[in-house]
Write a protein that binds this ligand. Structure first.
Ligand code: C2E
Ligand code: CA
Ligand code: CA
Ligand code: CA
Length: 274
């Protein structure tokens, strides 16, 4: 058995080593990217379909890589979390997001994504307070999005942080709802203000199972007084179907892709004239 094991190791070792090396280089590049301020925020409107207005924008991180162009967060967020360097990015997003939103019309909110590590950081509340006071942004305009993976451990600590954030006047959203663990139980125990239906349920709304899920989430939202936002709305058919289910807030390529801060006035105008 021992001989077999080492033979296998020899077969896989070069590939594995190359992969580890690529990973090591990516982490080093991400360190440099933080030092050189290569990260920026793109913004995607969240639309109130009934009133045909923009209720706010979600900020989505981008890495402006000097050679590769804009790199998607799907590529660097998980790596930064695993390497333990997500904290610096999280603080940048918080500071920069609040700074930008403070210059918008005051009826617009900003939604920021928090990684579980950032949510559990002992400095989170102080970071939030600092970002609010240095920008002058009113706390009720700051919405924080967290995912169900938050609940993998330490539910008690999570509950306390959620309560502190809401006492400060912030809005807290459960992101990617329906894709994670035992979400129903958590929703009843934890004080969220908003639920975001994951785009996987919106994408194929022709499937009866997905309509049933959307309907169930809408029911849950109204019973628990939580706003429901549908993500990944790409077609008029999806929008109309969601409207029939009573969903009012939507986000997706149908309205706009995430775009740089300079495009904000254009996005507002385009949605108003739809
Ligand atoms: P998310 O929070 O669920 O964000 C929504 C993602 O769906 C975004 O991808 C957005 O560009 C994309 N999207 C929006 N509308 C549509 C649509 O109609 N169709 C399709 N197919 N996609 C749509 P993005 O920007 O690549 O971000 C991916 C994920 O990376 C985010 O998912 C979030 O989990 C994470 N992320 C982004 N920015 C940050 C950040 O600042 N901090 C943390 N911790 N995570 C972030
Ligand atoms: Ca989000
Ligand atoms: Ca989401
Ligand atoms: Ca997602």
């Amino acid at each position: 058995a021992k001989a077999d094991g080492s033979a296998q190791l020899q077969v896989f070792a070069p590939e594995l080593r190359a992969e580890m090396e690529a990973r090591r280089r990516l982490v080093a590049d991400l360190h440099d990217a933080l030092a050189r301020n290569e990260f920026e925020l793109y913004f995607q409107p969240i639309v109130d379909c009934r009133r045909k207005t923009v209720s706010g924008f979600e900020a989505l991180a981008r890495w402006a890589h000097p050679q590769r162009g804009m790199v998607s967060p799907a590529e660097f967020i998980p790596v930064m979390e695993e390497a333990g360097i997500i904290g610096a990015l999280g603080r940048f997003v918080l500071r920069e997001g609040c700074r930008q939103a403070a210059r918008w019309p005051s009826d617009l909110s900003i939604s920021l994504n928090l990684s579980p590590l950032q949510f559990k950081s002992p400095t989170l509340l102080a970071d939030v307070r600092n970002a609010l006071s240095s920008s002058g942004l009113s706390p009720d305009r700051l919405h924080l999005e967290v995912t169900e993976s938050l609940f993998l451990d330490d539910a008690e600590g999570v509950l306390q942080t959620l309560q502190s954030l809401r006492q400060m006047g912030l809005v807290v959203s459960m992101d990617d709802f329906g894709t994670g663990y035992s979400s129903l139980g958590y929703l009843s125990r934890f004080p969220f203000d908003k639920i975001k239906i994951d785009q996987s349920f919106v994408r194929d709304m022709a499937r009866p199972e997905n309509i049933a899920i959307v309907r169930a989430v809408m029911g849950l939202g109204s019973a628990m007084r939580m706003t429901v936002v549908a993500e990944g709305v790409e077609t008029v058919e999806q929008m109309e179907q969601l409207e029939r289910e009573g969903c009012r807030e939507m986000q997706g390529y149908l309205f706009s892709r995430p775009r740089p801060a300079g495009d904000l006035p254009k996005m507002l105008m385009e949605i108003r004239s739809r």
